[in-house]
Structures are given as structure tokens and as C-alpha cells.
Ligand binder design. Structure first.
Ligand code: C2E
Ligand code: CA
Ligand code: CA
Ligand code: CA
Length: 278
């Protein structure tokens, strides 16, 4: 698994006998991943549902290890969080996403919003808002072209610090989204307090919207709640035209999922935007 083609997935290496061996291999690989240039950001389009125009994209981190092949973010991000590597990696992700967004804005997609996932560790660092301001300034990206996605568990890991950071970011004009809404990790507790602009409805709720009346009812009430709070709703994991129609009918504002496009390289996103328009 050297050149990291699309269909090469990380598998636990059979010669490594224990999970601990695997874990140590991952940690040491991750430690040098940045300097070896093994990390890449992919971008998944987000669509404005009423107009079907491209609204923006979520930046999703990819690691193609020379040794291990493509390791999924669900595997390596928790490891990076556990040993602090998420701090330099997260900073790289922010800068790379901002750099790309500036490129698309310059290509004429002036309203394009790039969304970046923040980990709890990053939201514990009181300097984060200042760092984001510095990156936006250095790259000349208006704050409204950046959205930061946080989960509730991220927000409450250190409520006071994360509240201050989010307030500062909101005042700067950076957008904020609560991610994975509708999973066990999100609820109403932080929704009213934090200055969110978007609620992202988790894929698990969207998945059965066509067949499961309860999921439909939950999404309908999330949309109503969002409207009362002045927030927009983004539906994640939209895979079928039936889901798309239903979500649009319910008043969801944006959609993201394989129906519109898989996560893709920045270069592929260039072509996507040329075809679909920003
Ligand atoms: P997430 O933030 O919930 O990201 C959405 C995930 O859903 C992505 O998985 C995306 O590829 C996948 N997805 C999108 N549309 C569809 C669809 O229609 N069907 C299905 N089945 N899946 C879809 P991915 O890229 O594997 O990322 C997994 C998680 O890793 C993310 O979940 C996020 O929590 C984390 N992650 C990714 N990049 C970063 C990063 O730069 N920083 C941090 N802190 N976390 C990240
Ligand atoms: Ca996300
Ligand atoms: Ca999500
Ligand atoms: Ca998720």
C-alpha cells in the first residue's frame, strides 16, 4: 500500500501479534506523518438544498502511511488525541483548509465556507482563537468563509475555556457548527449557550428517515428548534434522492453525503466546483 490509491485500506498488520504492537506502530507512524507529508486534506461538498448550489465543503483528514497504507481517521484521530499529536496536526489541518478556501474564494466562489473539525484538546487551548485569527489574516481569508465543527462532548470537556474560545471566534465572524447532533454525544445542553450557526444532524438519523417515522419526527423537531434558535440545519450522510427530497421538504438548509460527492482531493474539488458552480 504505497501510493495510497483510493481503495487501499489500512488493515491490522498480521505480523504484529498484539493490539499493543499495532498501537505502537500507529503512534510511531503518526509521530512522523506530518514531516513525511503523509497527511492530506480531503473535501466533501455541502449543498444548499433549496438551490442545489455548492455551499461549501467539510475538510476531512486522510493519512496514507508508507508502512501501513491508508489508516481511517476513526482509528488515528483518537490516538493523536490521546498523545497530544492532534495539536500540531490540528494546526496543520486549519492552515491547509484556510489556504484551500482562499483559493476557491479567489476562483470566484466568494461565499464558499470550509468546515474544519476541532478536537476537544484544541478547544482547551486558550490561544486557539488568536491562532485562527492569525491564520485567516496571513492567508487573507474572511472569517465568514470558515466554519468550525465541534461536538457537544468536545465543548463540555472544558466548558469554561471552550465557551470563551467559541465566543471569541463567533465575535470574529467565524461560523460554528455543532456536529453529530442526535447522537448520544449531543443534546440540548450546550445548544442555547454556545454561539452556533449550524446544527449538523448525524448520519444515523438521516439513514432511516425514509422508513422510520421516529427518525423523521426527530429531524422535524430539530428543524423547528433550529428555526426558533436562528440556526441552520445541515443533514449528514445523504445517500439517496429520496432522502434528499425528504430533507428538503422538511426545511433542512444544507446537505452533505455521497449523493452529492464523496470526500475528494483539493484538485478534484476544483473540477467539481467548475462543473457545479460555487
Ligand atoms: P464527521 O465529522 O462526522 O465526518 C463525517 C464522516 O462521514 C466522514 O468520515 C465522511 O467521509 C463520512 N460520510 C460523509 N458522507 C457520507 C455518506 O453519505 N455515507 C456514509 N456512510 N458516510 C459518509 P471520515 O472522513 O472517515 O471521518 C470520520 C471522523 O473523523 C469525522 O466524523 C471526524 O469526527 C473525524 N475527523 C476527520 N477529519 C478530522 C480532522 O481534521 N480533525 C478532527 N479533530 N477530526 C477529524
Ligand atoms: Ca464533522
Ligand atoms: Ca458529523
Ligand atoms: Ca461523526
Amino acid at each position: 500500500a504505497k501510493n495510497g490509491g483510493r481503495n487501499q485500506y489500512y488493515l491490522f498488520q498480521p505480523q504484529l501479534k498484539t493490539n499493543a504492537d499495532n498501537y505502537m506502530t500507529l503512534v510511531s507512524g503518526l509521530t512522523t506523518a506530518l514531516e513525511k507529508g503523509e497527511l492530506q486534506l480531503h473535501f466533501q461538498p455541502q449543498i444548499d438544498l433549496p438551490s442545489e448550489r455548492v455551499y461549501g465543503a467539510e475538510a476531512l483528514l486522510r493519512w496514507t502511511s508508507q508502512e501501513l497504507g491508508a489508516v481511517p481517521p476513526g482509528v488515528f484521530i483518537p490516538i493523536a488525541e490521546a498523545n497530544g499529536l492532534i495539536v500540531p496536526i490540528g494546526r496543520w489541518v486549519l492552515e491547509e483548509a484556510i489556504r484551500q478556501a482562499k483559493h476557491w474564494v479567489d476562483q470566484g466562489c466568494e461565499e464558499f465556507v470550509v468546515s474544519v473539525n476541532l478536537s476537544a484538546i484544541q478547544l482547551r487551548d486558550a490561544e486557539l482563537a488568536g491562532q485562527v485569527a492569525g491564520l485567516l489574516d496571513r492567508h487573507g481569508l474572511p472569517p465568514r468563509n470558515l466554519c468550525l465543527e465541534i461536538t457537544e462532548s468536545t465543548a463540555i470537556a472544558d466548558v469554561e475555556t471552550s465557551y470563551q474560545i467559541c465566543t471569541a471566534l463567533g465575535e470574529m465572524g467565524v461560523k460554528l457548527a455543532i456536529d453529530d447532533f442526535g447522537t448520544g454525544y449531543s443534546s440540548l445542553a450546550v445548544l442555547g449557550r454556545f454561539p452556533f450557526d449550524f446544527i449538523k444532524i448525524d448520519r444515523s438519523l438521516v439513514e432511516e428517515i425514509v422508513t422510520n417515522k421516529k427518525d423523521l419526527a426527530v429531524i422535524r423537531s430539530v428543524v423547528a428548534l433550529a428555526r426558533d434558535l436562528g440556526l441552520q440545519v445541515v443533514a449528514e450522510g445523504v445517500e439517496t434522492a429520496a432522502q434528499h427530497e425528504m430533507l428538503r421538504g422538511l426545511g433542512c438548509h444544507e446537505g452533505q453525503g455521497y449523493l452529492y460527492g464523496r470526500p475528494m482531493s483539493g484538485r478534484d474539488m476544483d473540477d467539481y466546483l467548475k462543473r457545479k458552480g460555487g
